[in-house]
Design a protein around this ligand. Structure first.
Ligand SMILES: [Zn+2]
Length: 197
């Protein structure tokens, strides 16, 4: 039976790069991959863009209310069988959509890999990640190092929201990084120290 796999990490861990690499591998073997991204992530528009510069066109820009299983059925036409569904920025999925992804695995026997940021800037799980942890068959961490303790860097598992150069602890969960807002991957110690938790 096909599996739902969650690949998670902090900011800058190379999740999108890894997604593009996996798609490339499938395509080299002549397989078709469906690339999905939640619409709420406005960065890159209809593309997923890795910080290393690689990008890939998205097949489905997913609305919060959209049924990903139905989209899959619509696009999985005969002769163009989809071998794998890849979701980038999967932290923005709803729980309902995560369950729809399991239906793609269980009813259509097609593998799904979801790449997600694990913790929001308050150190809590995103709704999509929580559901993915509950429903996935496999989980894999994509590691990255803390950007703050440079001499002896530890694994980064948290993200600090920085607005105009200042760490900000308050605010709504979603603020896509761009000119004013950025996210810095940090270890737990630095997360507590910077936010003074
Ligand atoms: Zn640190």
């Amino acid at each position: 039976m096909a599996k739902l796999k969650l690949c998670y990490g902090a900011m800058n861990a190379g999740k999108t790069m890894e997604a593009i690499r996996v798609i490339f591998n499938y395509e080299q073997l002549g397989h078709r991959v469906l690339l999905v991204k939640p619409k709420i992530d406005t960065k890159g528009g209809e593309k997923v863009v890795s910080r290393t510069g690689f990008s890939k066109n998205v097949d489905v820009l997913l609305d919060e209310e959209q049924d990903i299983y139905k989209e899959f059925i619509k696009l999985n036409v005969t002769g163009k069988n989809i071998k794998c569904v890849i979701v980038d920025e999967a932290q923005f999925l709803t729980k309902k959509q995560v369950i729809q992804l399991t239906n793609i695995c269980d009813e259509k026997d097609v593998a799904v890999i979801a790449y997600a940021l694990k913790n929001n800037f308050k150190g809590e799980l995103f709704e999509g990640v929580k559901a993915l942890i509950e429903y996935s068959d496999e989980m894999e961490e994509i590691p990255t190092l803390c950007f703050n303790c440079l001499e002896e860097p530890k694994k980064a598992r948290f993200n600090i929201r920085v607005v105009n150069g200042k760490p900000i602890k308050e605010g709504k969960e979603v603020a896509i990084d761009g000119d004013e807002v950025e996210y810095i991957p940090v270890c737990r110690g630095c997360f507590k120290e910077i936010y003074k938790n």
